[in-house]
Design a protein around this ligand. Structure first.
Ligand code: ZN
Ligand code: ZN
Ligand code: FE
Length: 764
């Protein structure tokens, strides 16, 4: 710009949101230059600071377009304008900041390969033709390669690779798509693929594809860890993979070559397609369209299939030559942490397959694939990891920096900074030394990455959870123990930015109650600071404690005993499964004498019980299996609820399901279809939620009902319950950004602990 007239107006603009490492500064530069504005842009503690000056209309346009036209991976949360006198800048520049400035910025999640990069990969004439690590500012690895902030190459695992001249030129040119793309790489200078402990030769990706076509299992290193892959169309391959991995029946996710392939397998709505193809590229649970090519063993007895698209060039190249649908399950043995480096791969994965396709870009932190779905138009995360973590959830209020340690199964932890709650990626079931170590590593990594030093800790009330043990080890920090179901409700409140009173319905498998019994069918009057139990499902014994989780017939026996009285099996009731009488006798004795038979109000266990009564599943290979199969069996038509009752007495109301169990037994005796009974049972639970809420909403002082807990992963139940409550005049809140299962617990703990400073128990 030549001889400039003096600027009419000037402003300092601070932009908050995901604006670092996503091509935001070049975008600002382009925008300012195109509007003939002068000034500068700088990464700052809270995001990006811009100073611009020029014509008034141009300045106005600049502000408008700043959030509207920002790069695909950026998200502007807030822009704040401070007008001031023009300084008379001659041009617009990108300033470089001092590193300590940037600690408060957000870490962007990993993003799937963009169309521009894929075009280069598939272009035989391009220098990145066939290169599996191609990326740019609009796509590629982020969270899984970052060691600490600010987001610079030296602080990522890309520090192992020296950019070649051409890559460096792209990196330095503001008009280039790879300007400041920290993981920028090409075949000459970047990471490489190869088979672990195999001499190099040929194209490793083609070889992997050929092995998959031949029916082999291949381990593939991706963004956040290894996958185990095999041809999803081959029942034999899938069964072999199940045996090798020690995973009996839990559904596997598949990766499809293209969206068209997905549509051959499943019904795909517009919203679902958008999320499937979004930068996060999660696994989306879709209704299957049968018959199709995928083997039954992939998702046995399930109406849904978890589907994702290739999200790195490596996956694209592999799927181009491999069978069009691959099982892609996390590379580990059931219950163990995801394997993320060659040392572990050698140690563990060779036991599963001799074919390990690896690469030499280190993974800074493990990250599983995310799992999401839609319930009607409502988006819901079931497992929050790659593509979403570690984006924060905004809390309604700020407070000291917290570390909330979560529960035990499907664990996550949460770190807070002011109003931002950073929910970690899914860690898994923290039940043994390996997962506990991984949990600790992940906490240390995220604290370092976000430069957060927790000032307080929150955990579950369960003394036996390893996450509770970990919380109590944080020497000198005050600890808040949060009741499990209170945390469930608070997590849903937090993600909706709610404050004040709510009526929480927390239905799940297991949670430590304040009275020492096992809770899980709770109606709670909640604020963040307090929770009061207003009603619950009438407790029954859980014969054998945790054994009852794996053997749902134990819960069937407990509920039948409660409904039909002692030695009910002697009465020759038709229609019930024939369980061995000596087992039933033993269970009854255990329950009577309260030997290892805690009382439970768990709704998850009730679903298990009914599933077992219907002969669907007596033993489960993963938690919730029996309940899921009950949901899958249920007829989708409209069915009236069964009868149930209320028991006042005691300090709170109890929903009496003994009449329901008796009606189910009658229906079984009559030979009513299991599909009908399952449907009527779902209608019953939905109905009792609405009726109980009616009874206690006065006491709760609100008509806002919050639904949380693992039982609400049941889509049929979530829909029916939502409808019933809305018909009864309640405002209903369900999960979207964090899971209804225990993956959401840490967020709820953080929200509760921040608001219960006065109730805090200080240990040590
Ligand atoms: Zn790209
Ligand atoms: Zn290069
Ligand atoms: Fe729970």
């Amino acid at each position: 710009m030549s001889a400039k007239k003096p600027a009419e107006a000037a402003s300092t603009i601070s932009v908050r949101g995901i604006v670092q490492g996503v091509g935001f500064r070049p975008f600002v530069h382009r925008l300012a230059t195109s509007l003939e504005l002068t000034g500068w842009v700088l990464n700052s503690t809270a995001g990006v600071t811009i100073e611009v000056e020029g014509d008034r209309p141009a300045l106005k346009k600049f502000v408008e377009q700043l959030s509207r036209e920002c790069p695909p991976l950026a998200a502007v949360k807030e822009t704040r304008l401070t007008p001031h006198e023009p300084h008379g800048y001659g041009s617009f520049t990108v300033k470089h900041s001092s590193t300590e400035d940037e600690a408060a910025a957000l870490v962007s999640p990993d993003a799937s390969t963009c169309a521009a990069c894929m075009k280069e990969v598939l272009d035989a004439g391009d220098r990145r033709s066939g290169y599996p690590f191609t990326n740019c500012t609009d796509c590629g690895p982020r969270f899984t390669i970052m060691g600490s902030l600010p987001y610079d190459r030296e602080r990522t695992t890309m520090q192992d690779f020296q950019m070649c001249q051409e890559c460096r030129a792209e990196y330095g040119a503001i008009e280039d798509r790879r300007y400041h793309a920290q993981p920028n790489a090409c075949p000459a200078c970047g990471p490489r693929v190869g088979f672990l402990d195999c001499p190099p030769g040929g194209d490793p990706i083609s070889r992997a594809a050929a092995l998959l076509r031949e029916g082999e299992i291949v381990a593939v290193k991706g963004l956040g860890g290894f996958h185990l892959a095999c041809d999803a169309a081959s029942d034999a391959c899938v069964v072999r993979l199940r045996e090798a991995k020690g995973r009996d029946a839990k559904p596997f996710a598949v990766m499809c070559r293209s969206t068209e392939t997905v549509e051959e397998l499943c019904c795909l709505g517009d919203e679902e397609r958008q999320v499937l193809e979004s930068p996060a590229h999660p696994i989306v649970l879709l209704e299957q369209r049968k018959p199709h090519r995928v083997a039954e063993a992939v998702a046995p007895r399930n109406r849904c299939l978890g589907v994702m698209l290739p999200y790195t060039p490596l996956h694209h190249l592999l799927l181009a030559e491999a069978p069009p649908v691959l099982v892609m399950t996390s590379g580990n043995f059931a219950g163990q942490p995801l394997i993320s480096d060659d040392v572990q791969a050698r140690e563990k994965l060779f036991a599963i397959t001799p074919h390990i396709l690896t690469h030499d870009r280190r993974i800074a932190t493990r990250c599983d694939d995310s799992v999401v779905r839609f319930i009607g138009k409502r988006f819901q995360v079931l497992r929050r990891a790659r593509g979403y973590a570690p984006l924060p959830v905004e809390l309604p209020g700020g407070g000291p920096s917290m570390l909330a340690c979560g529960a035990q199964s499907k664990s996550t932890f949460t770190l807070t900074r002011d109003r931002q709650a950073f929910v970690s990626q899914h860690i898994g079931d923290v039940e043994d030394e390996d997962t506990s170590r991984w949990f600790r590593e992940a906490v240390a990594h995220l604290c370092a990455l976000l430069a957060i030093e927790p000032e307080a800790v929150a955990c579950d009330m369960h003394p036996g959870y390893l996450t509770t043990v970990f919380a109590l080890e944080q020497a000198g920090l005050p600890v808040t123990r949060v009741q499990h179901h209170h945390a469930h409700i608070a997590s849903c409140m937090a993600e909706h930015g709610m404050d004040g009173k709510v009526l929480g319905v927390s239905f799940d498998g297991t949670g430590y109650g304040t009275d020492g019994t096992v809770w899980g069918g709770e109606f709670l009057a909640c604020t963040y600071a307090r929770s009061e139990r207003l009603a619950c499902l009438l407790p029954v014994p859980m014969p054998g404690g945790e054994m009852a989780v794996r053997e749902p017939y134990r819960m069937a026996a407990a509920h039948l005993g409660a409904a039909l009285g002692p030695r009910w099996w002697k009465r020759g009731i038709p229609g019930l499964p024939q369980w061995p009488e000596d087992r039933l006798e033993l269970l009854e004795r255990m329950a009577e004498r309260r030997v290892n038979s805690p009382l439970t109000s768990s709704c998850g266990r009730l679903f298990d019980a009914v599933s077992s009564m219907l002969g669907l599943r007596d033993t489960a290979s993963y938690e919730g299996q029996a309940a899921i199969e009950l949901e899958m069996a249920a007829d989708r038509g409209e069915h009236p609820p069964y009868e149930y009752g209320f028991e006042a007495g005691g300090p709170h109301q109890a929903v009496d399901l003994r009449p329901t169990v008796r009606r189910i037994v009658e229906d079984l005796g009559r030979g009513t279809a299991r599909e009908t009974i399952a449907a009527r049972f779902h209608a019953t639970v939905a109905d009792l939620v609405a009726q109980t809420c009616r009874r206690v909403s006065g006491e709760a002082g609100t008509n806002r009902v919050v639904l949380s807990g693992g039982v609400f992963q049941n889509r049929l139940l979530a829909v029916l319950t939502g409808e019933k409550l809305e018909q009864a005049g309640f405002s209903v809140y369900q999960h979207s950004l964090v899971p209804p299962n225990d993956g959401g617990i840490s967020l709820g703990q953080a929200a509760v602990a921040m608001n219960s400073a006065n109730n805090t128990v200080t240990e040590h």
